[in-house]
Structure formats: structure tokens, C-alpha cells
Design a protein around this ligand. Sequence first.
Ligand code: GZL
Length: 340
Amino acid sequence: MKKSIFKRCILRGIALALGLALMLLCSCSSVTESEEKDLIVVGFSQVGSESSWRVANSESMKQALCEKEGVELIFDDAKQKQENQYKAIRNFIQQQVDYIVLAPITETGWDDVLAEAKEAGIPVIIVDRQVDVEDDSLYTTWVGSDFLQEGKTATQWLKQELTDRGMNEEQVNILHVRGTDGATSQIFRTKALQDAVKENNNWSIVSVLDGEYTEALAYEATKSFLSNNPGAIEGIDVIYSENDNMTFGVLRALEEEGIKCGGEEGIIIISFDAVKSALERCYDGEISLCVECNPLHGPRVANLIRSLESGNKPRKKSYVNETYFTAETLSEEIIEERTY
Ligand code: GZL
């Protein structure tokens, strides 16, 4: 009995070793193929596909970093788990890619794995959210949004909207729907709201719901808020939701309870990203303010790589320009032109 188990283990070990060798051979062969075609091999570790914004961001990266642009892209979807991003980066290092692009799920926890990339001599480009590392030579450059400015745009608009409604002396109760804890976008959209609440003593955050940028979790969190706090929603004047997909989840839960949002009488809805389906609901008056967060980083990252390939030293940080939309500033043309 033992012998056959022993024999099975030996055979399994040989199969495993052959499998690993084959995998290594294939991965090397892909880099070799790219070398033959003189392609730049780029490993991209993407957060996941949690939101419409993220899907548009991935599409933009795939379109800009493709073979006809002289790039072989190795795309990895981390499914919103940082340990999957660690694995992807180590895999890129093993494959000796030319560049690593990282869209980090949260700001912390990157020092060790980025030190390994630096040790391997592979430049790292950070996109979208930022990394908080001891030594910023661990990455070459970052491109993304000014999330604090996005939040300030929202709170400054809200201040004016409340003034226009003659509510500056009234108690203003805010329901805060927060994105993935520790993501740069969450940290600074939240900071902007908290700062504004400190500056306006008639504003208060009555509850914080965590939706991790997904419609499903925001829907569930809203349903529990409604059932655990009967009648509380009647006292809510503003919902500050840190991305459109969470807003859709919140609106679905409120709709099921017959609660009106938007317009002159309904709850003021503030949402971030400004994807097409949110702009449509803003144009219809359901969402009061859409703050833009531009996901189309593909061409920006491709330009950064071209610049590095030519021996240039890009800025450490490049911010993209963004705007905001209300029913008054939107048009059918703007919505029609929205590609995501
Ligand atoms: C913002 C980005 C956020 C979006 C969400 O740049 O990190 O993550 O606002 C996405 O839609 O999930």
C-alpha cells in the first residue's frame, strides 16, 4: 500500500516539475517572441472589475497598450485582492517584462514587492490610485486624478446648492457612502467631505455605509441602514456616494421603499465618476451632481512608456483634468459622446 502511495508521490513530483518547466518555458517563450517582434512587454496589474469606471479603465489600457502600438500587454485582474496583485507583480518579474504598470487597490503594503521590481531593474508606473511607500524611487511615475479636488468640487457645489435652496441656516443631514477603505479615491473624497462638515456647523454625517465601489454592497448596506433605522431616511437631506455604481445600488434600495431622490423636493444625490448611465440619470434629475473621474488612462500610460523608452524622465506625478455635471450643464450631445 505504502509503495503505491510512495510511487504515486514520485510520479506526481515528476509531473509537477515537468509542468513548472513547461510553464517557465512558455512564459520565457512569450518574452522571446516579443523580443523577436521587438515588442515592449508590459505587465499590468489591475484592481478588478468592480465598477463601470474600472471596466472602462481596463478597456482604455488594452486599447492603448497593444501589438499595433508595439506593446505586448500581460493583463492581470486581481479581483479586488491585494495578494493577487503581489502574485501578478512577482510573475511579471519572473517573466522579465520591460515595464510593470500597477493600479493599486489601496495605498499601503507595496514596499516589499516594489523593491523586488526595483531589484530586477523593471520600471514601475502607478496608475489611478497612489501608493504610500517609504522610498518613492520604488516607482518611476504616477498618473491619475486629483481626488481631493474632486471632493472639493462636490462640497463647494453642495454649499452653493444649499444656499440657493435657502438651507444655509438649516440642519443638513448627510448619508456618506464610502468606497474601498484605503484607496486614494476613498481617502480624499472622504477627507473633502469631512473637511466641509467641519467648516459648516449645520452639516452633519449621520451615517457611513461601506460599498467598496460596488452596486451590490451599496444596495445591501442601504437596505440594512433602512431596516435598522426606521424613519431615519426621512431626515436625510444629502447622499454623498463615492462612485456611480454604489449610487445605483443606493437608488435601487430607496426606490424599493418609494423614497424620492433628486429634483427640487427629493434627497440631493452626489455621485463620483460620471459614467454615461449616471449622466443619463443626472440629466433626468435623479442624480443632482456627477463629479467626473476620468478612467481613460491608456493613452497617458502609453505616452509615459514611449517617453521612458526615448530616455526621458517624466514628472513624478501627472494629474488629469476633470469637470462635473448637473442637469443644467448636461445635454443629449454630451451624453451621446460619452464612450463609457
Ligand atoms: C477612481 C477609482 C475608483 C472609481 C471607482 O480613480 O480608483 O475605483 O471612482 C473605481 O468607480 O472602482
